[in-house]
Design a protein around this ligand. Structure first.
Ligand code: SAH
Length: 440
């Protein structure tokens, strides 16, 4: 096999990163090697996101930029996967996107792999008959290190989503919620651990609902326990939680299991009851605040992340101020912030007016950014002089970069290879985004 090359471009959420990894693993099993430049690859796959207009625009831009390379090399295989394709029949897309040879839905790169195999056979490439990839074994070959760090990896656990928040396109693109077979999850986890991965992140839109759709499946606390028992796994976390589905048992399990990280991602989206109702989130600000108090009571030293959308349909200045109050009271550790972007077909796009101006959305965005910068700056400053445990992932410029079990970023200088090492670090300096320290 004369050095066939693949390139995967990934946009969007961690689930897409995991899906791309699974595809890379399959292509490597077929004898392909990763290459940095898409125009030099034999197979190029764009793994796309639709959650906001900006992500969609980037995917279209990427696809357009492949045109000259495809004209020069008509044998180049271009695959499109993820939310731009969705789980429904891709035929209408095929007519519009003529550059694309093969389409695959989110979380199932199999059509791309099958197509690549069929072309290998058609072109009588050596090795095509013997190349194979076992889909449901859960076994994943880690791509070579260019594809990101091998220290930490994602494992899909719940596919799709059935919650239908009024603004969100995910259920329309990823289909109904379904839990992945636990044996497949465990095989996936064991396979990653055996290849040296230290940190596993379990993924689902509402991860807390794992197993609720199948009475024979363990629920999330039990799944965490089983993964916790796997040799070599040093850290486990899971995302994303929905406030209505986080059980006491789950919180207790996180507190109890030493290798489950003290970090929870539980999006509020807004601090205004009216906006939450329009978003169809299913809880009030008071209920969310109670949950945060309970999480902090149950899990010592926990860090909490949230998602916030500013400028949702009809969000008044006063309602926005409620979100500001919510965040300044709760002082969460991380805020993933977005400006509302209407998505075709969603309830909010069909029935509510996108009536906050772009300019005002940006202003609200910056107000929260500034507030959160202060909150994070304070948290990090308190850690100066203290010793924290850092799992190092990769070298950035000349410094090693890792994370604490609260997901805080820490830099440290070292000439040694620290990848995958869990080491105590004395914090010397801090900023709202990162910290730096000396290995003890
Ligand atoms: N199920 C997860 C992830 C959803 S997508 C969750 O509940 O958090 C990640 C984030 O993107 C969401 O939490 C939301 O804050 C944001 N988002 C989703 N749709 C959006 C839209 N139409 N406009 C702006 N932000 C959006």
């Amino acid at each position: 096999m004369n050095n066939m090359k693949y390139h995967i471009w990934t946009e969007g959420c961690q689930m897409n990163t995991a899906d791309s990894q699974r595809l890379a693993s399959a292509l490597e099993a077929l004898g392909y090697e990763y290459i940095e430049k898409p125009e030099d690859a034999d197979v190029v796959v764009l793994n796309t996101c639709m959650v906001r207009q900006s992500a969609e625009d980037r995917a279209r831009g990427r696809l357009g930029s492949l045109k000259p390379a495809k004209e020069k090399n008509p044998n180049m295989i271009i695959g499109l996967m993820g939310c731009m394709v969705g789980y429904k029949d891709p035929k209408p897309l095929k007519k519009k996107l003529r550059l694309v040879d093969v389409f695959a839905p989110p979380s199932n790169p199999r059509p791309i792999v099958d197509y690549v195999m069929s072309r290998l056979v058609a072109d009588e490439k050596q090795g095509a008959e013997t190349a194979s990839f076992e889909w449901n074994s859960g076994e994943i070959l880690l791509p070579k290190p260019q594809q990101g760090t091998a220290v930490s990896a994602y494992i899909p656990v719940v596919y799709g989503c059935s919650h239908a928040c009024s603004y969100c396109i995910i259920p329309y693109k990823r289909g109904a919620e379904r839990s992945r077979d636990p044996e497949e999850i465990l095989a996936h986890a064991r396979s990653l651990a055996a290849q040296g991965v230290k940190e596993l992140t379990l993924l689902g839109q509402i991860i807390d609902r794992y197993g609720l759709d199948n009475q024979d499946y363990p629920k999330l606390p039990e799944l965490l326990r089983r993964i916790h028992d796997i040799e070599g796994v040093e850290r486990i976390r899971f995302l994303t939680s929905h406030p209505n589905w986080m059980t006491d048992e789950l919180l207790k399990t996180v507190a109890e299991l030493p290798r489950v990280m003290s970090h929870i991602e539980v999006p509020a989206q807004s601090g205004s009851d009216k906006v939450l109702e329009n978003m169809r989130r299913g809880y009030t600000d008071a209920q969310y605040r109670d949950l945060i108090a309970k999480i902090r009571d149950t899990i010592p030293n926990v860090s909490i992340g949230t998602d916030i959308i500013v400028g949702f349909c009809g969000e008044t200045e006063a309602q926005f101020e409620e979100t500001v109050q919510h965040l300044s009271d709760l002082k969460l550790n991380v805020v993933h912030l977005a400006r509302y972007s209407p998505r075709t077909g969603t309830l909010s796009e069909r029935t509510m007016a996108d009536d906050v101006s772009e300019e005002e959305k940006w202003r609200r965005f910056r107000v929260i950014q500034k507030l959160q910068e202060g909150i994070q700056g304070e948290y990090h400053e308190k850690l100066v002089g203290q010793t924290v445990k850092v799992l190092f992932e990769e070298r950035k410029h000349r410094r090693w970069l890792g994370r604490t079990e609260n997901m805080d970023l820490v830099f440290a200088d070292s000439d040694e290879d620290l990848a995958g090492k869990l080491l105590p670090v004395n914090i010397d300096w801090s900023s709202p985004w990162t910290m730096g320290g000396t290995i003890v």
